[in-house]
Design a binder for this molecule. Structure first.
Ligand code: GTP
Ligand code: SPV
Ligand code: MN
Length: 602
């Protein structure tokens, strides 16, 4: 049995020392290494990871400083069914979460953590979500036995000595513990203890399960903090849209996982709109922390410092900005390795390679079929890259602003083959909260479960809200009352299809045409048409210059099918009812209002 010399821990924070010692006593690592954020330490870890076979170095000329990592085949996406909120009572976690009593949670996980780090090193990663020292920011310390986690956290968060300095002054922190253990799905748990400001994750090596600053801290734990401290922690991108006159309108948009946040956050204006001279500034692609300031407006920061983005479909046409961002210093996970040490994924630039090593480490050729006759993919559909945001050509100059950016519009959106029009605007804040609460989307590869199935996903937060969503909806309503200049709320859907199953809207950079309308609405420059579900654009107000889209397609995209909406209301009702008496009456009033408007003769 190891003894750990607390005196040698490089911090003055007594709570931190005691906690690290306690966790080490449980996990029994051979060694403890504190992460300082230095380039030397990073390089040493990379070398070790390469030697251990955890990272494959890539073509140094074409992809300098980059590596490939493969996870286990059963460990390629967030496991929501193994993710729990361990609040004191089940009611606090709500019907939207799996719940375990805190004592039972600790006990179950302790049995797996016990001795799990034997023969390994435990890394201590002090990290800040948000600029170090900003009033917006929160500190975490992650203990992990995975070098892959350390190297990813060094990209995704501000980690190292500057954070330790804050901890030395006594700053509070979220206690994050992670071990790969034996990567057994049956012994995998992702547990959140909001009342203890603690996260325990064991048995996985996949991003969202193990980079604990991300979904676990910055959404599940932070949403709980935000409720108490009156701010928002949301699954939203943040972007600025600069007009030729220099004015920048900032928007935040919530889409469920793998529904286009990263792509939208860094879009390049399409050819047809180039003459208008717009420029996009990327603030964040996944998470927004937002506070009401003394000006009565909502201000937002991106607590992360990197992208953990979906690889498939990323190419110079769909997302040239990202292609530029991931040229160097990037960690790729579960993509295809080409013989020349470069990479490929479905929907990547260039020719389909004639051979390579697939995401499972097996030899691969195009056209290979599995046992069921389906093509074997080179890259996993949820394969990802981790890259620093400061390598992004459109990175906002306000990224390090402790104060964030002012938000003019909040956009909700999902992946809906039918029903939801391309864009509509809510009538007011309360109605906007209803629009967010009734969001739904088709399931993607970002989480386990049946792909394509429509599931309700309010504010894109269903898997990420760390407490009862009935309370969350009330929090949203209350925040509206606290703002003198609340953002306008919109809903978009890039994924509506025609009778033949083809996307009606070209999407990607063409989405700027919709954002243009949204910005004009925020500036009170355009009138819109009232419909039962909200304000719809006049056809002529969406600029289609240079786009080969028939007017009828746009009409279809903006159509509100009353019968289909009334059917949708039944599904919404069923969902709202799950929250029983806790559900806010205001949203039932909105529900009734919508039903009345849908039934009103035209
Ligand atoms: P997470 O990182 O899981 O939260 O995902 P995300 O919301 O950032 O999604 P991302 O931008 O990575 O896009 C996910 C998938 O949607 C990719 O395969 C994209 O190619 C596709 N996609 C993104 N934008 C559009 C769009 O406007 N239209 C269509 N049809 N597909 C899109
Ligand atoms: C998502 O699934 O919403 C992601 C990727 O952004 S993960 O970090 O795995 O959650
Ligand atoms: Mn996400």
């Amino acid at each position: 049995m190891h003894t750990y010399n607390v005196k040698k821990f490089p911090t003055h924070n007594k709570h931190l020392k005691a906690w690290v010692k306690k966790m080490a006593d449980m996990c029994q690592p051979d060694d403890i290494v504190w992460i300082d954020g230095s380039a030397e330490q990073k390089q040493r870890l990379e070398k070790e990871a390469v030697t251990a076979g955890e990272l494959i170095p890539l073509n140094e000329e074409k992809m300098p400083g980059s590596f490939l990592h493969r996870t286990n085949a059963n460990d390629v996406a967030r496991t929501e069914h193994l993710t729990y909120i361990c609040s004191r009572t089940k009611k606090e976690a709500g019907p939207n979460n799996n719940w375990m009593a805190p004592r039972a949670g600790y006990q179950k996980a302790r049995a797996i953590f016990k001795g799990a780090m034997r023969g390994r090193t435990m890394y201590v990663i002090p990290f800040s979500m948000g600029p170090v020292g900003s009033t917006f920011s929160k500190i975490g310390v992650e203990l992990t036995d995975s070098r892959y986690v350390v190297l990813n956290m060094l990209i995704m968060t501000r980690a190292g000595a500057a954070v330790t300095a804050l901890l030395d002054k006594g700053a509070d922190f979220t206690r994050c513990l992670h071990s790969l253990a034996d990567l057994d799905v049956n012994k995998r748990l992702i547990l959140h203890f909001p009342q203890d400001n603690t996260i325990w994750s064991v048995g996985s090596g996949y991003g969202g399960n193990v980079l604990l600053g991300k979904k676990c801290l910055a959404l599940r734990i932070a949403s709980f903090m935000g409720l108490k401290e009156k701010w928002f922690a949301e699954h939203m991108l943040i972007m600025g849209i600069e007009e030729p006159n220099g004015r920048i309108t900032y928007i935040a948009a919530a889409f469920p996982s793998a529904c286009g946040k990263t792509n939208l956050a860094m879009l390049l204006p399409p050819e047809g709109l180039k003459r208008k001279g717009y420029r996009i500034w990327t603030v964040g692609d996944d998470i927004a922390w937002m506070r009401v300031d003394s000006d009565g407006a909502l201000w937002a920061i991106n607590p992360e410092s990197g992208f953990f983005g979906v690889a498939p479909g990323t190419n110079s046409h769909t997302n040239p900005t990202m292609v530029e961002t991931i040229r160097k210093n990037t960690i790729f996970t579960n993509v295809l390795l080409k013989p020349d040490g470069t990479l490929w994924w479905e929907g990547a630039d260039g020719e389909v390679p004639s051979r390579g090593i697939d995401w499972q480490g097996k030899p691969w050729k195009p056209g290979m079929l599995d046992g069921q006759g389906k093509p074997i993919l080179g890259a996993h559909p949820n394969s990802r890259f981790t890259a620093p945001i400061n390598q992004c050509p459109s990175a906002s100059f306000r990224l390090e602003q402790h104060h964030g950016v002012p938000i003019s519009a909040i956009i909700f959106g999902g992946r809906r083959a039918h029903l939801a029009p391309l864009v509509y605007e809510s009538f007011n804040w309360r109605h906007g909260v209803f629009v967010g609460a009734t969001m739904a989307s088709e399931r993607t590869a970002a989480q386990y479960g049946k792909q394509g199935e429509v599931r309700r996903d309010p504010m894109a937060m269903l898997p990420f809200c760390g407490y009862n969503m009935a309370t969350y909806f009330k929090h949203w309503l209350n925040m509206g009352y606290r703002m003198a200049a609340a953002p306008r709320i919109f809903h978009v859907n890039w994924f509506r299809i025609d009778e033949k199953g083809k996307f009606l809207w070209p999407g990607y950079r063409e989405n700027l045409r919709v954002l243009e309308w949204i910005v004009a609405r925020c500036e009170n420059k355009l009138q819109a048409l009232p419909s039962p579900i909200g304000y719809i654009p006049k056809i002529e107000d969406i600029d289609l210059t240079g786009l080969n889209l028939p007017r009828e397609s746009l009409e279809k995209l903006l159509m509100v099918d009353r019968k289909a909406w009334l059917e949708e209301l039944e599904r919404v009702k069923k969902f709202f009812k799950e929250f029983k008496n806790d559900f806010p009456q205001e949203l039932w009033d909105e529900f009734e209002g919508l039903r009345m408007r849908l039934n009103r003769p035209v």
